[in-house]
Design a protein around this ligand. Sequence first.
Ligand code: HEC
Length: 200
Amino acid sequence: MTRSTVFLAVALAAAGAACQAAEPETKFNDKGELARPADYREWVFLTAGLGMTYGPNAPRAGQPAPFSNVFVNPDSYREFMQTGKWPNGTMFILEIRGALENVSINNGGRTQGDIVAVEASVKDTTRFPDGGWAYFGFDDRSGVKPAAAPFPRTATCYSCHSKNAAVEWSFTQFYPLQFEVAKRFGTVRADYDPARKLEQ
Ligand code: HEC
């Protein structure tokens, strides 16, 4: 290799790396299905809720309330921390895990067990003009899916999130650091009422 071909090879490798970095973290296939991100466990962790699951993911009678871990894609996290707004392309993952008791040395506490479900929400005002957000389910009792179509607009995800969430349709009121950021930038919804409880 001459010096100039070495230079060219280095330049091409650098360009390749730059293209890779520019690839969106939220990916849809040509059927409009959202790809389940393989690396969401390397995304930004926002919170772990206990007993925050509803509908089919609610605990069965006599079982301890499950954990829910929330992650967001890093690009959107960085933008949110600068603006208080979740940008188009934001993808949240809600990973629900069973709660285990008395594991190893523990007496009476709770630790996280196997995955019960992995769900997602995406903000994309072009793809989802009716509100800007859509909801997806990947791993649940029906199996593991590499990609998922949005739940229909009639699913309860849409009504609960659009009515009760504090920042657009995201439950940012439960993400301690991010809620402070939203308050600072004035992006908490005007109709958010911290005293309102879920209607059973
Ligand atoms: C009755 C209200 C309710 C319903 C119905 C509901 N959710 Fe949620 N969702 C919540 C709450 C509360 C949180 C915050 C969880 C936490 O803090 O642990 C949440 C969080 C989430 C998050 C994390 C991002 C965010 O918006 O804050 C995703 C993703 C999510 N839900 C997906 C779904 C999907 C998919 C469905 C429908 C299959 C659904 N949810 C139905 C109340 C609801």
